[in-house]
Design a protein around this ligand. Structure first.
Ligand code: ACO
Length: 160
């Protein structure tokens, strides 16, 4: 898939009876237990190729106004081709359709690539969830030699 094919990308919401693409969700979240805490109460959107999911995002309603992207992941073979950016736009469009006023996304304070992508997609700093990674996971998550501790949450205003 090339960047110019982006116009043809289309996501769809998974039905309750369909298989949850854990192999993709696990690229963005460390454990099945953590994923299962939000996935059952969320809407899951997939981007497919040849009937197989190659990218996913998960939308969780925090309250009447705020929707959070709890998980976003692109199959390694398809990363760096603009799909992540497309999914963020798609999620914002879904949030508008559903009548939310804010879309949130959180990641580790050390996740430079993700933070750059989210800022480019129009998300700005919102808050820090202190000790999120140390409090919610049974074992330390170490990335690039650094144990994850706080979550940085970014927010995008949605215009309906
Ligand atoms: N340093 C800084 N920024 C970088 C770097 C780098 N080394 N490499 C890439 N980027 C950024 C750039 O902003 C680039 O944008 P560009 O198009 O201007 O070059 C962007 O990353 C890549 O954009 P896309 O191709 O649209 O993104 P991609 O399809 O690769 O998807 C994603 C991004 C979802 C983060 C994907 O890499 C992935 O699945 N990673 C593993 C799972 C993950 O980390 N998910 C997010 C966790 S947080 C959460 O789930 C809420």
């Amino acid at each position: 898939m090339k960047r110019r094919d982006k116009m043809k990308l289309k996501t769809r919401r998974l039905e309750g009876y369909e298989r949850i693409p854990y192999e993709l969700l696990l690229l963005a979240d460390e454990s099945m237990a953590a994923i299962n805490r939000y996935v059952m109460h969320s809407d899951i959107y997939v981007l497919e190729r040849g009937g197989k999911p190659i990218a996913v995002y998960v939308l969780y309603g925090l309250n009447e106004y705020e929707l959070e992207i709890k998980n976003i992941a692109v199959d390694r073979a398809y990363q760096g081709r603009g799909i992540g950016g497309f999914l963020l736009q798609d999620a914002a469009a879904r949030a508008a359709e559903k009548g939310y006023s804010s879309l949130l996304i959180g990641t580790a304070e050390t996740a430079v690539k993700q933070l750059a992508l989210y800022r480019k997609a129009g998300f700005g700093f919102h808050t820090i969830r202190k000790d999120f990674f140390t409090a919610n996971y049974p074992v330390p998550i170490v990335e690039g030699g650094v144990p994850l501790q706080h979550m940085v949450v970014l927010r995008k205003e949605i215009r309906c």
